[in-house]
Design a protein around this ligand. Sequence first.
Ligand SMILES: C[S@@+](CC[C@H](N)C(=O)[O-])C[C@H]1O[C@@H](n2cnc3c(N)ncnc32)[C@H](O)[C@@H]1O
Length: 387
Amino acid sequence: MTPAARVAAAIEVLETIFEGATPEKSLTGWGRTHRFAGSKDRAAIRDHVFQALRCKASYGWLGGANTGRGVMLGAMRAAGQVDEMFTGVGHAPRDVEDGEEARLLKDAERWIQRDMPGWMLPHFDAALGADSDDVFDILKDRAGVFLRVNAARSTAKDVIASLAEENIVAVPVQNMGFTLQVIENERRVALSAAYEDGLIELQDTSSQHAISALNITKGQRVLDLCAGGGGKALAMAALGAEVTAHDIDPKRMVDIAPRAARAGVTIETVATENLATIEPFDIVFVDAPCSGSGTWRRNPAAKWDLTAERLQELTTIQDEVLSQGAKIVRAGGALVYATCSVFEAENNSRIQSFMAVTSGFAIEQQVSIAPHALGDGFYYSVLRCAA
Ligand SMILES: C[S@@+](CC[C@H](N)C(=O)[O-])C[C@H]1O[C@@H](n2cnc3c(N)ncnc32)[C@H](O)[C@@H]1O
């Protein structure tokens, strides 16, 4: 496909997303009906679509309409490539028409310039102060690809060498001995020998930082209360913890066993009905369901889908999981609350609400990480249970 035909395909995919389909469904559906498209074409179309979703408002403004065509026209205007792409020749999008004249972004409202729904601006401003505009700009870019080296099985140096044999270039992340950033051929990582052999896992730097800050020691009993696919559970098990995983939706944990087997660790799972009688843990890790506002580079559709009502519902669930976790921490143990959100309402406010109604816990650590070039936004708080 020509570069312009890829832009036309991205327009088609975006139209179905704007009608309500998820990005993954739309891209898969497009792939099924366009079997001639090669892997490079698909990757390029995917990149266009995700970038357009990150910058949906500003591109729509620049392109004169919040449609697939308007947003991609805006994207090409931002990149200075309209004349090459909107030619109407072959499979290229048709020429620019009357009514599609360029507008200046500086004339748009702040939420459009910053690509952030207007009702969320105060949430970001409250959490980040003068840094919020910089963070909005960061969220307009693609996120990096980061790896956690399985400390139980390998070293950063050996993993770098192994990946290099498959033309995947990874470099160390400063001050993080087991964290690498992939800077070339990112898409091949999940097919690499290092991945297949359990030497690495894909994991953002901020999650890795939070786990390493817990100073987990070998043999500690840890419950990952909201384990999902087990990213944090695996990281804790790699440090020698005896990890038990739980999720309200057991289907979300199906990958944990194969991932653990690949990594050479064991992770037990526990059903919700058995939590009430389980022996208390040294650490209960509550990786709470959240808006994901610190990760919207990776999942840009989510920022346009979140509503104030849903945010409110999430805070109620967060209070519930935190209070549930508190009941199964041993005396002297730690309750860790974490989100990948930057919103105060999901972070410090939840801890303050918890502390207001619960006795026997003291706040030991609270860390907020804003989205940055080398990592997602993340929050964690360590609460120590009285001995
Ligand atoms: C942020 S995700 C977990 C990500 C996971 N810890 C990881 O590192 O890959 C939150 C998880 O919480 C689960 N969840 C939602 N409500 C819950 C509840 N009341 N109790 C336990 N898990 C819950 C969701 O099913 C979801 O898998």
